[in-house]
Design a protein around this ligand. Structure first.
Ligand code: NDP
Length: 327
C-alpha cells in the first residue's frame, strides 16, 4: 500500500482526498517509480480544486511532475535505482501523477535527474521552472538579447514567473516584474528584477497599440494582460505566452503584429519534444542560480497539498511549492 491524493467524481460530486492505494490500481506503464517529491503547479491547483477541466479520467492521482527512483523497469535504458524526472505528457490529467508515493509511467516520458540538481532542487524548478526555461529559450530563438532593452515578466510572484525572473536576471537581461503583490518587491528584486510594477496597468481592456516599451516578454497570465503586453512591445520584439492565470481569452488585435512586427510565441511544456526538454534541463543546470531556489521554494507534506492547492489558485502562494510525498 502507498499514500496518494485521489480525485474522484461521481454522484456525490467532485472531490480530492488523501487515500491508501495499492500497486494493482496503478495505470499501465513500463517503469515504476518510488516518488520522492512532486509539486503544486497552477494546473495541479485547478485539478485538485476542480476549478478547471484538467482531470480527464476518474479516479485520478494528480501531480503533473515528480522526481523519484526507479523501482522496476522493462524500458531499455532505464534501470532500477535510476533517478528520474517527469514533466507533463498528460500525467496528472489523464494518467496517474506525482502526488503519491508511487507512480507507473512510460519510460519515454522520463528524463534523467540532471547532475546539477538534488531531487528536491529539481522539483523546486518543476514544471513551472522548466516552462520558464522554455520561454527564455523561445525569446532567444527569436533573437532577443540583453542589449535590446527591458524584458517584462507577468505573474512574477508565481512559479513560472519567479523562475523566469531569476533566469533572465542571471543571463544579464533587464527584468521588469509585473505583479499584483507589490509588497513582494524585495523578493522579486532579490531574484533579479530591476523594477517591479503593478499588474493593474495590464489587467483591464487597453489600446490596440500602446507606448513601445518591452524588447521581450514572458506572459503567464493571458487575457487582457497578454493583449496589453503585445500592445506595448517594441518594434520586432517577442512575447512568449505560456499561461492563463487571468483567463484563456486573448482580446487583442492584429495591430502589434502587422504594424510593429511583434512575434507572439506559444510555449507548451506538456508535449514538448524530448530533445528540447533535455536542452531546457541542461540550460537550467547552467543558467539558474541554485542559491535562488531556496528563496523561491517552500516545502509541504502530502497531507497539506489539498488546502495548499486552493491557496495557489487564490493567488496567495509565492514562488514554488514542493511536496514531500513521504510525509
Ligand atoms: P502560479 O499560481 O504559481 O502563478 C500565477 C501567478 O499569476 C500568480 O502568482 C499571480 O502573480 C498571477 N495571477 C494570478 N491570478 C491573476 C489574475 N486574475 N490576473 C493577473 N495575474 C494573476 O502558477 P504557475 O506559475 O504554476 O503557472 C502560471 C501560468 O502558466 C498558469 O496559467 C499555468 O497554467 C501556466 N503554465 C503553462 C505551462 C505550459 O506548458 N504552457 C506550464 C506551466 C504553467 P502575481 O501575484 O505576481 O500577480
Amino acid at each position: 500500500m502507498f499514500k496518494g491524493i485521489l480525485i474522484e467524481k461521481d454522484d456525490a460530486g467532485y472531490r480530492a482526498g488523501l487515500a491508501e492505494l495499492d500497486d494493482t490500481q496503478l495505470p499501465e506503464g513500463d517503469v515504476t517509480v518510488k516518488v520522492q517529491y512532486s509539486t503544486l503547479n497552477y494546473k495541479d491547483g485547478l485539478a485538485i480544486t476542480g476549478k478547471g477541466p484538467v482531470v480527464r479520467r476518474f479516479p485520478l492521482v494528480p501531480g503533473i511532475d515528480l522526481v523519484g527512483t526507479v523501482e522496476a523497469s522493462t524500458h531499455e535504458g532505464i534501470a532500477v535505482g535510476d533517478s528520474v524526472v517527469l514533466n507533463g505528457w498528460g500525467v496528472g490529467e489523464n494518467h496517474w501523477g506525482g502526488l503519491a508515493q508511487k507512480a507507473r509511467l512510460k519510460g519515454e516520458w522520463l528524463v534523467p535527474l540532471p547532475a546539477a540538481f538534488t531531487p528536491r532542487q529539481a522539483m523546486s524548478i518543476g514544471t513551472a521552472g522548466y516552462t520558464a526555461m522554455l520561454c527564455v529559450m523561445a525569446l532567444e530563438r527569436h533573437g532577443v538579447t540583453p542589449d535590446q532593452g527591458e524584458i517584462l515578466v507577468t505573474g512574477a510572484n508565481g512559479g513560472v514567473g519567479s523562475v523566469a525572473v531569476a533566469l533572465l536576471g542571471k543571463l544579464g537581461y533587464t527584468v521588469v516584474a509585473s505583479t499584483g503583490r507589490p509588497a513582494e518587491a524585495t523578493y522579486l528584486r532579490s531574484l533579479g528584477a530591476t523594477e517591479v510594477i503593478d499588474r493593474a496597468q495590464f489587467t483591464e481592456p487597453g489600446r490596440v497599440l500602446a507606448k513601445e516599451r518591452w524588447a521581450g516578454a514572458i506572459d503567464t497570465v493571458g487575457s487582457h494582460t497578454l493583449a496589453n503586453v503585445c500592445a506595448s512591445t517594441r518594434y520586432r520584439g517577442t512575447v512568449a505566452a505560456c499561461g492563463l492565470a487571468q483567463g484563456m481569452d486573448f482580446p487583442s488585435s492584429v495591430a502589434p503584429f502587422i504594424l510593429r512586427g511583434v512575434t507572439l510565441v506559444g510555449v507548451d511544456s506538456v508535449m514538448c519534444p524530448r530533445a528540447e526538454r533535455l536542452e531546457a534541463w541542461a540550460r537550467l543546470g547552467r543558467d539558474l542560480d541554485i542559491a535562488k531556489l531556496d528563496l523561491i521554494t517552500h516545502e509541504i507534506a502530502l497531507t497539506e497539498a489539498i488546502p495548499a492547492a486552493a491557496e495557489l489558485i487564490a493567488g496567495h502562494i509565492r514562488g514554488r511549492v514542493v511536496v514531500d510525498v513521504n510525509r
